[in-house]
Design a protein around this ligand. Sequence first.
Ligand code: M6R
Length: 612
Amino acid sequence: MCEVMCGIVGIVQNNKSKIGKQIIDSLTKLEYRGYDSLGIASITNGTLLIAKDKGKIAEVTEKIDIEKIEGKVAIGHTRWATHGQPSKENAHPHTDCNKQISVIQNGIIENFIELRNELLEQGHTFLSETDTEVIPHMIEQVLREEEISLKEAIIRAINRLEGTYAICIVSTLEPDKIFCAKKDSPLVIGINKDRMFCASDIPAFLSSTQRVTLLHDEEFLTLTSSGYEILDLKSKKIIKRQPYTVSWKPEMAQKAGFPHFMLKEIHEQPRALSDYIRIKQPSVINIAEKIYQAEKVVFLAAGTAHYSTLTGQHLVRKYAQKSCNSIIASEYDSIRDIVDEHTVIVPVSQSGETMDTIMAIKDARSQGASILSAVNVIGSTITRHSDEVVYLYAGPEIGVAATKTYLAQTTAMWDIGLELGRISGHLDDNDYRFHRNLFTSLPSAVSRVIAANEALSNRIASWLARKSSSFYLARGINIQTANEGALKMKEIAYIHSESYPAGESKHGPIALVEEDYPVVFITPPDQTRKLIIGNIMEMKARGATTIAVMEKGDKEIEEMTKWQFKIPEGYGEKFSTITYVVPMQMMAYYTAVRLGYSPDMPRNLAKAVTVL
Ligand code: M6R
């Protein structure tokens, strides 16, 4: 049993008040990372207290009054199980035989079977099936064998682990400290004047502090209420790392009156885009120049981020007239043989922690490629393995289904694309200026798209909620828009939704269409429009009920489709991959809500996929 995408948090403070409540508040901000079970360990009056159970935070806190727990030190965990059933026994924290050492972990200990067998022979008793449970027993064993400090024993135990991990440890042996270590799973440190935090992600402590620093791979952290010490895990040398202030505001990690984070994040899209556009990043021009000079260009990403890279691929081909591929990160092997020092790799990621993407860029880098990334989370693993980074500045995204970060990723692709057009001369001065002006107006366009289409998306949702399958069809650059629309519907409303190049649908998928079958068409007024009209007619002839995402005022499309999402004029030829996706995000959201599902925490999914 391995826990690979969990949320972890630790708090050390100089008074005992309300530590249970603070851990729950922090875990609530991390619940997007997993919600199978919840657990907390605190040192209360010198005793190790453990409370844990299976279920989401709200379910567990209903049964156990975790909020009343007091203490100066506590760690908490919300879990996303990958092997075996979620259960109370498998919920973190895990402890040693003497109930003195307690551990939470995010990651996979690959050699845990070997370590567990060794510990069983030495007489240790295991209460769970988890890999994590070997850690407290290993520390206990080191302390049994040698008279050394707790810190030294933990370092020795951790240096025997193989795999990926972010670990937090508390013990009654040193009741005023939290010990942590990290390799390939994220761990950030939050600094407040009377309280210190460690957590998987910044929103966990954003309501207390915006002062942050990072723990890097193979480093060891000792946290007290007044400070932190970072050591290299192997050499044990002290590493000095200064904190910095993040611009994310505490209210960004709250729902601000919206029923769900996803709806809030959809509505935040104009703000996210204007932040991105306002903060001029020199890296955009640097990336465009490097792409222009490169022999080979490869975009790498997963899921929604992959769809955004299809805009990048399109623009590199169009504006740099260069062969370029957008590869799903887990399929990196398919291009590995052509990656060399003449290749630029462009990874795109919200979290910067997606393991498929990380492994691919690490390999590409080892083969001499340059890594030029577009990432939302500052300081995340992908940014640290990059030669240049353009940040998305979308703010924290809590809803598991990506919305505002997709728009920000796609906006970054257009931003780089426009620079490429300028550098290559494909866009002359007038064209470039015209495009830049239109680009600057995108936040207002997206705002109008939301206002004009939200009520309709809710109405269509009441019909779609009764369907078990749907098609999303487009041509050209907007195939990615259809892909993203269908992915949203699958992820949160659990309705089978297939996206297809519209012209390809007649080669097979059309066989599924019957009376009242939902088909969404993306119909911007570009060169694809004429052919799309033919595809709408084909689908209607087979009984399909058609929904168009179309330019406002397009009478022909309006007359031939049942429902129409209307996009302001002027964004159909350029930037349609930004404006045309928004109604489909809302339609998926309202469908999920009508079906009684939680759009923020869809089943089986986690926000950052840190497993291969
Ligand atoms: O953090 P990343 O952007 O690298 O994540 C990539 C995908 O896991 C992510 O986009 C996923 O597809 C989301 N669930 C989409 O809503």
